[in-house]
Design a protein around this ligand. Structure first.
Ligand SMILES: NC(=O)c1ccc[n+]([C@@H]2O[C@H](COP(=O)([O-])OP(=O)(O)OC[C@H]3O[C@@H](n4cnc5c(N)ncnc54)[C@H](O)[C@@H]3O)[C@@H](O)[C@H]2O)c1
Length: 351
């Protein structure tokens, strides 16, 4: 009998990748999604196309139209499925959007996560529980690191950060955005269910997670949205920091591969900074150039002096803890290849 995997946010970027990946490993897939991304971001954020793709490409895939804020519904579904693994990727994912919808943001990110954790504790406390957290739990504290300005990007001037930001970095006393704060609540709760109840939980504090199946919008999914703007000749708005702000990008496939590694050898209450690392980092200006290489079109953009509130100037993840705990895992998809795939995907979707 195949193992059952419950994945929340299954129509989203990471949830759909997880579904494809674990289906190939022989898991019975149960996806939870209610297309809330279209409510958060309007029609451009609609993820139904991805839900239908999973239903057509994965014969055994079962879609559950459920809002993770529905506590009774979550408790009943987890009890009914009794999954061997839970991967939680459903979220309100934008820090800019959160300020306009604070209740929806907190209820989804913090309370929704608690609903799932408690459902797991009641029904399947031994099943690995993987939670997608975010590097926004560090708030804007990374901006306090001394920086040096290079021609096309910012970089850390402090040698302590030559490998990037590690999991020991403070999450306290900085500006997070309401989104970052709701994700901190979830992150700490996931750790607590691990340590307090001895459950195999982990938080993956994502850098920029991306790939061809992202429904990128201005407020979330920067590479996907940047490529879309390039292809459509639409103006991309750069918010502050001279366009030299640095993000590390990890392809959703490498995210799913790390989740597989954790599920196969779970630990209790762990935290990992899951990004592309320095090798897969790019500034916005550099991302324009890489995209232009694949589309042949010049990027049309405007510059807005004011940066986004709490936005990181330079962030890349220190991947050494992940590599030490799971030596068979590493990044396998380069930034260039990721951008190439995003370009191809938008071209297909536009057609
Ligand atoms: N994409 C990134 O760059 C990034 C970076 C860091 C962390 N993360 C985290 O990774 C996770 C996945 O991100 P993503 O990029 O795949 O996001 P996404 O928006 O593409 O996918 C999330 C999915 O969850 C669904 N959803 C939202 N609220 C829901 C609710 N109340 N009930 C049921 N379904 C709901 C949405 O409809 C969407 O399909 C999130 O927790 C996000 O915070 C993402």
């Amino acid at each position: 009998m195949s193992k059952r995997l419950l994945v929340t946010g299954s129509s989203g970027l990471i949830g759909s990748e997880v579904s494809m990946h674990f289906a190939q490993l022989g898991y019975e897939l149960h996806g939870v999604d209610n297309n809330q991304r279209a409510v958060f971001f309007g029609p451009q954020g609609d993820t139904r196309w991805n839900q239908y793709r999973l239903l057509s490409e994965l014969p055994g895939f079962q879609h559950h139209e459920l809002d993770i804020r529905d506590r009774a519904g979550v408790l009943a579904l987890v009890k009914q499925i009794n999954p061997h693994v839970i991967i939680h990727t459903a979220a309100q994912p934008s820090h800019d959007r959160a300020a306009a919808i604070p209740f929806d943001d907190f209820d989804t990110n913090a309370v929704g996560t608690l609903n799932l954790l408690e459902a797991a504790r009641q029904a399947c406390p031994e099943s690995p529980f993987v939670h997608m957290s975010t590097n926004k739990v560090y708030g804007d504290a990374p901006n306090r690191i001394a920086l040096r300005e290079l021609e096309t990007r910012w970089d850390y001037a402090d040698s302590a950060y030559v490998d990037g930001i590690a999991e020991t970095f403070t999450i306290d006393q900085s500006k997070h955005s309401l989104f970052g704060a709701s994700k901190v609540a979830a992150d700490v709760m996931v750790q607590e269910y691990g340590r307090y109840f001895n459950m195999p939980t982990c938080c993956l504090r994502g850098g920029c997670l991306t790939g061809p199946n992202h429904s990128g919008v201005e407020l979330h999914g920067f590479l996907s949205y940047l490529v879309k703007c390039n292809l459509e000749g639409r103006g991309y708005k750069v918010f502050g920091y001279k366009g030299k702000q640095v993000r590390d990008n990890i392809h959703a496939t490498d995210v799913a591969r790390f989740m597989e590694a954790f599920v196969n050898a779970p630990r209790v209450g762990e935290v990992y900074n899951l990004g592309g690392g320095k090798a897969n980092s790019t500034s916005i200006l550099e991302a324009f150039k890489t995209t232009e290489k694949f589309t042949g079109k010049a990027q049309n953009f405007t510059y807005v002096e004011t940066n986004r509130i709490g936005d990181h100037i330079c962030y890349y993840s220190d991947l050494r803890k992940m590599r030490a705990h799971y030596p068979d895992w590493d990044i396998t998809i380069s930034l260039e290849e990721t951008i190439r795939q995003i370009v191809e995907s938008w071209k297909t979707r536009k057609n």
